[in-house]
Design a protein around this ligand. Sequence first.
Ligand code: HDD
Length: 713
Amino acid sequence: MANTSGPGEQTHGGDEKDQDLASARVDPAGSRLTTAQGLRVEHTDDSLRAGERGPTLLEDFHAREKLTHFDHERIPERVVHARGSGAYGYFQPYNDVLAQYTVAEFLRDPARRTPVFVRFSTVAGSRGSADTVRDVRGFATKFYTRQGNYDLVGNNMPVFFIQDGIKFPDFVHAVKPEPDNEMPQAASAHDTFWDFVGMQPESLHMAMWLMSDRALPRSFRMMQGFGVHTFRLVDASGVGTFVKFHWTPRLGTHSLIWDECQRIAGKDPDFLRRDLWNAIASGDYPEWELGVQLVSESDEFAFDFDLLDATKLIPEELVPVQPVGRMVLTRNPQNFFAETEQVAFHTANLVPGIDFTNDPLLQARNFSYLDTQLIRLGGPNFSQLPVNRPIVPVHDNQRDGYAQQCIHLGRAPYHKNSIDAGYPMVSSASEGGYTHYQERVDGHKIRSRSGSFADHHSQATLFWNSMAEWEREHIVAAFHFELGKVDRLEIRERVVAHLDHISRELAERVAPGIGVTVPSGPAPTTHSRTSPALSQEGTVTDIVRGRSVAVLAADGVHGESLRSLTSALSEFGLLVEVLAPHAGPLRAVGGGQASADRAMPTMSSVLYDAVLVADGEESAANLRADGLAVHFVAEAVKHAKAVAAVGAGVEVLRAAPLAGFRFAEPGEDLVSDQGVLTSGSSPDVPPTRFLTAFAGAIAAHRTWTRAVDSIPA
Ligand code: HDD
């Protein structure tokens, strides 16, 4: 039965999880207000009182229930990953290539679509913090499989800050706001974080990722995901194969730039949440390819790093990523709290055919997630919450506890029993029972790190070596910003000394900006290997669908030209919004009507992928006289975006502080200067070449090589 979900109007009833959720949905349509006991309420605006001006009576059970519930509405936020956004969808294997490696049905059967819920998050900030802070992004996927729930709780970076989970509280204490004054919010740019990095050099590789553009995703739809740890696939005969999981976004891996992120944090702190919601609501479903790197057990020691060390990745040039399936997100949640907030992931939620390795970070996680849900979700029954419950029957002999939702029948919730005829019974492996991978373990009981975890620099060097020059510039600028916020000189010096072990060039470029001298003496020995897959340079740059364009216009705009341009851009799959100094109808010349979707003062160039200035002499004159409009285009050029103007609109670019750029003269068809596109054609000539070039520049994401330093925006 179709059912809809508010603004998104997505259809429901499609998959097993959605059908399962149907029993939990409460639709207010046509309903009467009641108390929690179902009693109809006659009046909810005044409390029961003794006389019009008299005291409130204790017997007002409605007011008491309402306030009591309200007093308890907030639950503790997640200790990390507090801010997130989620969506439902499905996963489907492309073929049966994994069938030889694993008994996990959801990975083997190309005919099966497994429902999923995915939650994307930042790590350090509180629930109300901005989306575009510099941070790692969580990428957690719950697969509602027919063998029970499987959770892949990953991040958008393939490595982690620490090697052993016992260090996680230390790490989180360092990155969270400082304890005396609770500053800064959602930022790693402070003394304690960089003190941790300097004192714990295993974090250096991940710190490089954090300083890179990976920490500033343009969209959740445009970032990779990684399971990070080495896991195990296990086949029917119990043979294991090491596996690393990768999610690759169809739209490519694209990032914002730092200056833009900071401005977005003020203009629209919900930028990434809104982007995900709107894309799904408009039917532009985000999609990722699942890939695996497989390593046979006999190759466990074939690498110069340890597969159990989560601060290392397996370079794709050594072990290619094999595509095995795809995930599509098709449905927004209907209630943020019930679904996105209450979803509970756990690395130990496994299905037959997938198992752990002895990675000490993973081992600690397998304790931490269940433990944290107990406090966050108020007791042991959180797995019964609609978003968390599996689509298969649960008979776990677990009983009672806070907020028990089930009415368990039977008299013998224990195994083995004779009173309930032995039910629930256990299952053999062939009946789907989970059997642990049988790994031989023997050794001394010790508290020490394996020597195979000791190299903290080589892969950080690999990362730096693999960056394009524009990526290096962004990394150096990030270090300048972050370390520039560190008060203690000795912490800055210590970090630079570590950077010197990654690359002398890196240390030399970072040091002067933060008042530190480059270490003297010969440069430490490093290597010159690269891994092109680590760079964003080679990502997808030919998909324009799903991007946004601000079209700037004002009274006096050429109506027919505006209409044809916006409709042509919409046909590319772009979200097009006309912005003007005021919202609503615009006075149009040259035929047709015009209207502004939004007033310019409510928006900003940083909220769009591209900007186009419309034709019309009077419109252009109005925009030229408006500092906001001139700033709008200059800022977009500074942020390396696709910026374009047609006809008289070119004059607005000329009025902006964009010295050195060449713009089209009247009559000139198309001038392209570093991704700034102008057309001097008359409005009657459809600027086909111009539009194609503009769409191409938008799909390319940014012109990173554009000279922007001198633009005062
Ligand atoms: Fe974690 C949440 C990912 C290491 C302990 N973690 C959490 C979430 C993600 C990750 C995506 C949010 C899930 C959601 O959306 O609800 N965490 C990772 C990755 C790690 C990692 C990829 C390293 C490879 N985490 C890690 C360690 C520990 C934890 C080493 C503790 C030993 N993580 C937690 C937690 C959280 C959590 C405290 C907070 C909220 C929650 O679990 O449900 O248990």
